[in-house]
Structure formats: C-alpha cells, structure tokens
Ligand binder design. Sequence first.
Ligand code: COA
Length: 426
Amino acid sequence: MTKALDGVRILDFTHVQSGPTCTQLLAWFGADVIKVERPGVGDITRGQLRDVKDADSLYFTMLNHNKRSITIDSKNPKGKEVLEALIKSCDVLVENFAPGALDRMGLTWEHIQSLNPRMIVASIKGFGPGPYEDCKVYENVAQCAGGSASTTGFRDGIPLVTGAQIGDSGTGLHLALGIVTALFQREKTGRGQRVTCAMQDGVLNLCRVKLRDQQRLAHGPLTEYSQYGEGIPFGDTVPRAGNDSGGGQPGRILKCKGWETDPNAYIYFITQAPVWEAICDVIGEPEWKTHPDYAKPAARLPRLNEIFGRIEQWTMQHDKFEAMEILNKYDIPCGPILSMKEIAEEKSLYATGTLVEVDHPVRGKYITVGNPIKLSDSPSEVVRSPLLGEHTDEILRDVLGFNDNQVDQIRQSGAIGGVPDRIAAE
Ligand SMILES: CC(C)(COP(=O)(O)OP(=O)(O)OC[C@H]1O[C@@H](n2cnc3c(N)ncnc32)[C@H](O)[C@@H]1OP(=O)(O)O)[C@@H](O)C(=O)NCCC(=O)NCCS
C-alpha cells in the first residue's frame, strides 16, 4: 500500500524535541527522512535521561522512529560536499538549530536555493523577528513567553508550566503542517519556499482562548471563572483559572472514591447547560431543575463553588470509572484523570496504533506513542529509531550514487566519522 508522502525525501537536520517530532510525523506519512547527525556525537538526546546503559535513551527513540541516520561533519569540506549533494536530492530541509547556525554552516537560504530551487527549507526558532530573535529556547521558555504559564495554575499560586509539550511538540506539529502545505503549493509553482515557526507563536496559537479573555476583560468580569463567584475582583490581565473550563461551560476537577490515597482519583466534570436536568437527577437535587437560583446558566455562575461542592459529594461515592459510566448514560461530559500507568495499560490505545510496543536491538522492548493522525489510505507502522550513523553507507551509495572508492575517500577525510556505529555495536 502506498503512503501519502511516498517519494518525498527530507534532509532532517533536527535535534532535541521540537524538530524531531515534525520529521517523525512526516516519516509516518511515508517520507524518507534522512537524519543528519554529528559523527561520534549525534543528537544530544541519545544520551540524555538514559535509563539503559549504552542504549539510546527513550527521549531519543520516542522522537526518531522511521528515520535513517547518516553522520556528517558539516564543518568538514568533504562533509559540506556530501551535504550539498543531499540538498540537491531532497525535497525539504528541516532544522531547529540556534539562530544563525545554519548560515554559519554556509547553508544560507540563497545558497540552498541556488543548489535546488525546489527545496523547502523549514525552521523552528524560539522567537520570530523582534527583541528576542537571537535567543536559544527550550520548551518551558516557550510556554512562559507564549502566554501559557501566566494563565496556568491557581490564582493564588505561581505560574505553572504544563506537562504537555506544547512548545516543542506543538511547534513541531505546526511546522509539519507548514511543510505539507508548501509541498502542495510547489505542485503548482514548481518553487520551494521557507517555512518558519517560532515556538512563542506556536504556544500563543494554542493559548488563543486566553487572548480572547484578555479582550473580554475590557467589557466586564469573566463570569465563568471561579473568582467571579467568589467575589474577587479582576485585574487588568487574564488571571490563572485553576481547573475552570476554558470554554463557556463551567467545569471542575472533582474528587472520586479513593482520592485520599490515589493522587489521580479525580474526574473532570462539565455542567453543560443542555444536560443540567440530568445532572440534577443524578446527584439527587431534582428541585434545582426549576429553582430560580440554579435552573438557568446565568443564575448558576455566582454559585459554582456551592454547585460543584454538591456534585463532588456525589462523585466521591464512586470511583472515576464508575462515575464516568453513569454520567455518560446521560451524555454528561466528563473525563477520568488517567495516570500514565493507566494509559500505558489501556488496550484500546494499542488497538488503534496510538500506543505501540517497539523492539530495539540495544535497549529491548519499550512502549511509544504512534501516529495520532489516522489516514484511511496511508497506514503508519512504527519502525524503531536508527542507531547513530546506521545508514551512512547506504545513503551515500543508494541516494547519492557514490561507489566504493568515493565512500572510502569520504571516510578517510573524516567527514562521516569512523566505522559506522551499527557495525561497532554488532
Ligand atoms: C535547542 C537549542 C537551544 C540547543 O542549542 P545548542 O545545544 O547550543 O545547539 P545549536 O543549535 O546551537 O548547535 C550547536 C552547534 O552544533 C553544530 N552542529 C550541529 N550539527 C552539526 C554537524 N552535523 N556537524 C558539525 N557541526 C554541527 C552547529 O553548527 C552549531 O555550531 P555553531 O554554534 O558553531 O554554529 C537551540 O538549537 C535552539 O534554540 N533551537 C531553536 C529552538 C528549538 O528548537 N528549541 C527546542 C529544542 S527542543
């Protein structure tokens, strides 16, 4: 069966998390992703947070499936020649180096265009043009600069970062969309183009509801925020809203049976207006269906603490899965707080390929997240991440057409490192 991006070749100059998530997605859609790494060193994440001695870390393996690895020293003259040959035979170059690093390698946009006018050059940087454009950026910096941290956490606590990697993986997703869009446009124009995503912009895009609320503040208090019901005045900026729902339907995280000992015995409960009457029946407050203080959404807003307190008395009698089962019968929107352990044991996620068990020659079996985007005509199978330089010779021969002599010469120059790691590992 063919895949959506069959025939697309990506020169993958990415490292750490943001860029690799993008190229991993493209690889799952069928692109041939050639990951360029520094000889003997590789992507720094290969050795970060290592759990199994001498094996590539989960950090690396879980972000680099379905790719091939070639080692090239981009600062070695012969290495530059190899890179330029690859630029001529690839469709897209993806990178997330610190600002200016690609130019310092001699790979300016102009130079790349002169080598291959069809090439799409896709980059992730921390910031777009402006006061911070030269800064190096990691996940949590982007969460802070993109508006997420100031709006996450409780009003009376410090700003919080979230466990979802919205700065890195979120920007990788944005970049992947930019790349396939540029490939689509190239079908008509025949030209490549630059695709750039700043992590600050990616986070802000995901936080747009908070910029919405910033502007609503000019017209009065944010009535769906708990602090409104608590009579606490709003300042001139969007406050942290704890677990209040980000939409117009009030929601909270409520305790379930076992909360005293299980840190995840909680459920997210939304008091969606159309199912209010069902909620009243389930929790045993049928008179709230008609009582003027509770019957209509606007009347409930100043009483959310009382209402959720009463609902919690009900949720505390059930474990989160029981509560979920009962509430779903009435279409009441709710969700159990699932721990990573519970998620890793959830069979239905394996059935859909969202979770996959992968075998790796050095570290053995591990679980990873497969492609979350399902295409009916382009199946994704997850192939283990490459060892450092595992495909160097194969790429030099099959992609660039070099013969044994030429490969030997390149190796002698020091441009691709010594013996491939695959052979060394055997
Ligand atoms: C993530 C980040 C902070 C890491 O910084 P870093 O570890 O110092 O890495 P850099 O990107 O600066 O690259 C380091 C050097 O390695 C060099 N290098 C990388 N691959 C190489 C190769 N194959 N051969 C030779 N040199 C190589 C680069 O040319 C650069 O050298 P220079 O500074 O002399 O120009 C930085 O890359 C960055 O800000 N990236 C953009 C934002 C981003 O994606 N952040 C999220 C990461 S999850």
